[in-house]
Design a protein around this ligand. Structure first.
Ligand SMILES: O=C(O)CCC(=O)C(=O)O
Length: 272
């Protein structure tokens, strides 16, 4: 599967600036999609996972959170070479994993309320992207089966949507293996599933390195598991410094504590 060229990344970046989202068409290898689908099914069955049964998370939607604790395969998601370079352009190289979860919208589910993923953050809008989220299509996303609904350009609004109010939106229709990448201020929501099959997506969400992650990665992922992560993934979950300063421990990087190596003083030397 060919990596995105610098030119393609620029085109997608422009789309995110203008429309608030873009779709990376069929950028994930089919074997990875199959393996992720099989892993998710197994985990759901082992845990007897049930819908959260509330308006926001759904009445027929099954979600698994904290996927980086669920096996090696999920470690490929945050660092994927066809997606991360674009996210790094929207945020910067100091971006973090904010959360990683699966969303299986089962038949009969109603549409999720339209919302913006950064709307809890009390900054005047519009603002620069501080959240950049991605939705991986493990199955085809169609209008009928609950493709994510988006409102193009809404990330430029000075307001946030009112929860429960209905808004005109369009479905982000995409083939399995495609990834929707969007600005955290984009108004969107999961669609209703009128089909007889589940729509399965992975919500791989990133935030800027200077704001709080949605899922607490340092406590949520056992140290022994994090120690087995590749260097880039360790930084992405928060074992690094933002611009060589934010996140330090006694002027050293948390990654030294993770490794058990002697802490080296690094604050003061920009490392990004
Ligand atoms: O499932 C989807 O398509 C979107 C889900 C979503 O936006 C959310 O749960 O915050």
């Amino acid at each position: 599967m060919a990596m995105l060229t610098p030119q393609e990344i620029e085109t997608h970046l422009k789309r995110i600036e203008t429309d608030g989202y873009t779709i990376l068409a069929e950028v994930i290898a089919p074997h990875l999609l199959d393996e992720l689908l099989a892993d998710l099914r197994r985990i759901e069955l082992e845990r007897s996972s049930q819908p959260a049964d509330n308006l926001f998370e759904g009445y027929k939607t099954v979600r698994i959170y904290n996927l980086l604790t669920c096996g090696k395969r999920f470690e490929e998601i945050p660092v994927h070479e066809n997606v991360l370079p674009l996210v790094e352009r929207v945020l910067d190289r100091g971006c973090l994993v904010s959360s990683l979860s699966s969303i299986r919208i089962n038949p009969g589910e109603q549409a999720q309320p339209i919302h913006a993923d950064d709307q809890l953050i009390p900054l005047p809008k519009p603002h620069v992207p501080i959240v950049c989220n991605t939705m991986w299509a493990l199955t085809d996303f169609t209008e009928e089966n609950g493709a994510t609904r988006v409102i193009p350009g809404s990330h430029r609004s000075a307001d946030s949507p009112v929860l429960g109010q209905s808004y005109e939106s369009i479905p982000a229709v995409m083939k399995r293996g495609s990834v929707l990448v969007y600005h955290g201020s984009l108004w969107h929501g999961g669609g209703a599933n009128y089909s007889d099959r589940s729509r399965v997506g992975v919500a791989m969400n990133y935030c800027a390195g200077y704001i709080r992650q949605q899922e607490n990665q340092q406590l949520g992922i056992p140290l022994e598991v994090a120690k087995g992560f590749a260097p880039r993934l360790r930084k992405l979950i928060g074992y690094g410094l933002y611009k060589g300063l934010l996140g330090h421990i006694d002027k050293c990087s948390p990654v030294d504590l993770l490794d058990g190596t002697s802490p080296r003083v690094v604050v003061g030397k920009p490392s990004l």
